[in-house]
Write a protein that binds this ligand. Structure first.
Ligand code: SF4
Length: 329
């Protein structure tokens, strides 16, 4: 680990000021990913600005959006009674991630900005375009069981590791930011980037911008939502495929509205807009669920070890929608 100094920020403006006064500063949340990366010398900040003291509040306005402070711990969000009843997919997604100890430490802001778990990214002896631009990508011909099937590029086939972000993508969450040029908010779906030829640029964050809060707009039918994660072992494993879904079916059995997002498939949380469009107005049955899944995965491209993910994604979509349809009855 390289030497660094530590500063604790009392508020948002102090944090931005501290980070902006150093060329190589990083914001520190729970540290559950950043510290690992520092140990491996993948990340080499000279200054850590601790932002865990910033507001960690979950605020719900009647019939309005849910506001979640970026410093809220993952466990607190997953176990919040309002979140559990209004957005069960979000609670379930968080509880499938990492371990209880890590969820107790990890913050919402840090979860969003965690970096890929591609093993070659962590191995400084391997070629990795994300760590070292234009050095190559050892995952392409290496062990790529966990890698992307949608939206990848020749430069990078890594996946985004967050479960929570998959649910936030399905829920149309907004990300509130503050930084040297002022405050702004952007959709979570626009925060993370596909790799293109610059996989080292992972988000649309500007220099020293800080995530301050997440906003989830009301979505009444999200009370009937869920998150399913398929992985190699029952706990403490990243998703091979995950699906966050909410389904609204009318009295005739027709899909009135649907939200669908996938994890473990791409460099960013993947909102399944094509599947959603294919389902709206159609009868909620297995045949149409499968057709929608086929539509979404039509552009999937497999690597040597992850061909199975294409069919697995389709089957998981069908199973999750079928489960939600069953609950409607
Ligand atoms: Fe690096 Fe991306 Fe290739 Fe993994 S997939 S080795 S993160 S460039």
């Amino acid at each position: 680990m390289n030497p660094f100094t530590y500063q604790h920020a009392a508020d948002t403006s102090a944090a931005i000021k501290m980070a902006s006064s150093h060329a190589a500063a990083k914001y520190l949340g729970g540290g559950t990913n950043l510290v690992d990366l520092m140990r491996e010398t993948v990340e080499r900040p000279e200054v850590l600005v601790d932002v865990t003291g910033l507001p960690g509040v979950i605020g719900q306005r009647p019939n309005g959006p849910l506001m979640i402070g970026a410093a809220v711990k993952n466990t607190a969000l997953a176990t919040d009674m309002y979140v559990r009843s209004a957005f069960p997919m979000l609670s379930r997604a968080i509880l499938t991630g990492a371990s209880a100890q890590i969820r107790n430490m990890a913050t919402v802001g840090g979860n969003i900005l965690q970096r890929t778990r591609c093993r070659y990214f962590y191995d400084t002896a391997a070629r990795c375009n994300k760590r070292d631009v234009q050095s190559g990508c050892d995952a392409r011909d290496g062990f790529n069981r966990y890698h992307a099937i949608l939206g990848a590029s020749d430069s990078c086939v890594a996946t985004h590791p967050s479960d929570m972000c998959v649910a936030l993508a399905a829920l149309d969450a907004m990300v509130h930011l503050d930084g040297p040029t002022g405050a702004r908010a952007i959709p979570l779906l626009d925060l993370h980037r596909l790799p293109g030829d610059r996989p080292d640029i992972e988000t649309e964050l500007r220099a020293n911008e800080l995530i301050t809060a997440i906003e989830i707009p009301p979505l009444p039918f999200a009370q009937r939502s869920t998150y399913r994660k398929v992985r190699d072992r029952a706990s403490y494993a990243f998703a091979l495929i995950s699906v966050a879904a909410a389904l609204d079916v009318d009295e005739k059995g027709t899909v009135r509205d649907v939200r669908l997002a996938l994890g473990g498939v791409a460099h960013k949380p993947w909102r399944a807009f094509n599947a959603e469009a294919a389902l709206k107005g159609r009868v909620a049955n297995e045949e149409n669920f499968r057709a929608a899944a086929e539509t979404e995965l039509a552009g999937a491209v497999a690597l040597r070890d992850n061909q199975f993910k294409i069919e697995l994604a389709k089957r998981t979509i069908v199973a999750v929608l079928g489960e939600l349809k069953g609950r409607e009855g």
